[in-house]
Design a protein around this ligand. Structure first.
Ligand SMILES: O=C(O)CCC(=O)C(=O)O
Ligand SMILES: [Fe+2]
Length: 222
């Protein structure tokens, strides 16, 4: 169906692009299935412990490199020490297509090797932060599935004002890179009352994947 009322692609700041409804329902469903598989593998998803002793409210599993606040490792050092789940080729190809579409540049080369797969329920939220553990300057690709949320895009200087709040829905793509690669961002709350297509998420559940280029090139992280 010709979707005349689709929310338009929007560049929020240089290098920060929101593409609503980028994934179709079939692709969303496949990603939810894949996320369930990764979350069930080995020690599974976990709420990572923060340096202050608290735990994140978001539960996550990593692909390619294991992210622990705030470093990468080849092994799940905060779990059973097993090797991290490999990053699949098909996901790298999806990431390349995402960046090409968001930046409207078919020749943009993008080869992600890390994914953080985040599971949100209820009051789960993500405080303002910048993704700065990567050594490469390439953009971050964010794919949203299931329940909607408020996504806060701030500035590169600090975690506060100025910022813009946007609504992310199932299937939405956000890419942030270029001069805003280190922009602060976060998820202050879910929007569980928005309609969600039947893609296999539970009531009120949101799944988000961020794809990144680690720049670690097979080297052991710090
Ligand atoms: O859940 C989101 O939309 C953002 C996730 C995020 O910023 C991260 O994993 O670093
Ligand atoms: Fe992030």
């Amino acid at each position: 169906m010709l979707d005349l009322f689709r929310r338009p692609r929007r560049e929020l700041a240089p290098g920060v692009v929101h593409v609503p409804g980028w994934l179709d329902e079939t692709e969303q469903h496949a990603l939810v299935e894949a996320a369930r598989g990764w979350a069930a593998e080995g020690p599974g998803a976990r709420r990572a412990e923060l340096p202050n002793g608290g735990r994140m409210t978001v539960s996550a599993v990593c692909l390619g490199w294991h992210w622990i606040p705030y470093r990468y490792s080849a092994t799940r050092d905060d779990q059973d020490g097993s090797p991290v789940t490999p990053f699949p080729d098909w996901l790298a190809e999806l990431g390349a297509r995402a960046v090409a579409d968001a930046y409207q540049d078919p020749d943009v080369g993008y080869r992600p090797d890390v994914a953080l797969v985040n599971f949100y329920r209820g009051d789960a939220r993500l405080g303002m932060h910048a993704d700065r553990e990567e050594l490469a300057p390439d953009p971050v690709v964010s794919l949203s599935l299931g329940a909607g949320c408020v996504f806060r895009v701030g500035n590169t200087e600090n975690r506060g004002w100025p910022y813009t709040d946007l609504q992310l829905e199932s299937g939405d793509l956000v890419v942030f890179g270029r001069e805003n690669r280190l922009v602060h961002h976060g998820v202050p709350r879910l929007l569980p009352d928005l309609p969600v297509p039947p893609i296999g998420t539970a009531d009120g559940e949101r799944i988000n994947l961020t794809l990144r280029v680690s720049g670690l090139n097979g080297r052991e992280a710090r």
